[in-house]
Design a protein around this ligand. Structure first.
Ligand SMILES: Cc1ncc(C[n+]2csc(CCOP(=O)(O)OP(=O)(O)O)c2C)c(N)n1
Length: 354
């Protein structure tokens, strides 16, 4: 990981625009992530799964996709969403369930939207994996030239969905790329208790596919590896499993207390490998940005997110009755009855308050 001089951007075939876009999006992800955590603590957001420390995986994989490619994410892929162009305002409207929430509160995790070719993240772990394989299979049958990517955690690899998905992909070879964001924990379960294999990547070999382990705290390694794989798969190559080794610096979600199952010393060891600091050091060493520009960029992003948070907090919230909309063309009588009951209850509440 360390000890070798990193290559110049030109050697890697990367422009300063590529580099600053990835760096900027990592910083944006971190700043928004910190706000979402605080908003949850203020009681404005119901539940949030932090992404601090894992930004390089989302950003590096997201940047390797083309707009027409389809992403089947887990609930912790804020970086990939931002890299794919989902606006901060839409994420905040979604998380705060304002009247502008395009999905009217119907969805659990951050965001999923056809406009960005992001399928909503499921709550049951790993179920996005076979769905992604099926979608890729359909696109192969239709003769489209897209790549389907699915991102999941290390815990997901213990589910049958992972093995069924990878097995089906190994037989039929649809254009799918599997990305395991190995942050070393599935809530309190360390990866050493998750699997007896020494890597996740090697699981691909048993299915006759290529598995690649990449340093998930190095955005350039993640991006360059994923881009090469994505383009190979687009050209008809077999599916690949990429394991990006990273670390979950925060809690599993806002309902978790990681101090109960891991040491502060371990967290501090990984905090030193912060992917944003690492990229910042690289960009400064290579003269892509200087300290002054970096300070200005961070201040600009802080200001942008703060203004969006302020705006979203001022917006009215969704009416609870929207829960009954957009699910059935003709709702069954049971739901109509419940909707009526809710209407009566909110009427009562207004009377009591008044
Ligand atoms: C089928 C299923 N079992 C259990 C849970 C509870 N659960 C939610 S997240 C999670 C851990 C997932 O860990 P991992 O796949 O490593 O992803 P990470 O949260 O680390 O990003 C568990 C067990 C669930 N949502 N679905």
């Amino acid at each position: 990981m360390r000890g070798k001089a990193p290559p110049d951007p030109e050697t890697l075939g990367l422009s300063s625009e590529d580099l600053t876009r990835m760096y900027r999006t990592m910083v944006l992800t971190r700043v928004l992530d910190r706000y979402l955590l605080r908003l949850q603590r203020m009681g404005k957001v119901a539940l949030y799964a932090e992404t601090i420390g894992e930004e390089a995986v989302g950003v590096g994989t997201g940047y390797a996709l083309r707009p027409e490619d389809v992403l089947f994410p887990s609930y912790r892929e804020l970086g990939a969403f931002l890299m794919r162009g989902v606006p901060v305002s839409e994420i905040l409207d979604r998380m705060l369930n304002t009247v502008d929430d395009p999905l009217k509160g119907h969805e659990f995790a951050i965001f999923g939207d056809r406009r960005y070719n992001i399928v909503p993240a499921p709550t049951p772990v790993a179920t996005q994996i076979p769905l992604a394989v099926g979608y890729a299979m359909a696109s192969k049958v239709k003769g489209e030239r897209i790549v389907v990517m699915t991102i999941f955690g290390d815990g997901a690899t213990s589910k049958g969905d992972f093995h069924e998905g990878v097995n089906f992909a190994s037989v039929h070879k649809p254009p799918v790329v599997f990305v395991c964001r190995n942050n070393q924990y599935a809530i309190s379960t360390h990866v050493s208790k998750q699997t007896g294999s020494s890597t996740i990547a090697q699981k691909a070999v048993a299915y006759g596919l290529e598995g690649i382990r990449v340093d998930g705290n190095d955005v350039l390694a993640v991006y360059l590896t994923t881009r090469a794989v994505v383009e190979r798969v687009r050209d008809g190559g077999a599916p690949v499993l990429i394991e990006a080794l990273t670390y979950r610096l925060g809690a599993h979600t806002t309902s978790d207390d990681p101090k109960r199952y891991r040491t502060e010393e371990e967290v501090q060891r990984w905090a030193k490998l912060d992917p944003i600091e690492r990229m910042r050091g690289y960009l400064i060493a290579k003269g892509v940005i200087d300290e002054e520009r970096d300070v200005a960029l961070r201040a600009e992003i802080e200001g942008l997110v703060a203004a969006e948070v302020e705006r979203a907090l001022q917006r009215p919230g969704l009416e609870p009755a929207v829960i009954f909309e957009d699910v059935y063309a003709s709702p069954p009588w049971t739901l109509l009855e419940q909707a009526e009951e809710l209407k009566e209850l909110s009427g009562l509440q207004k009377v009591t308050k008044g």
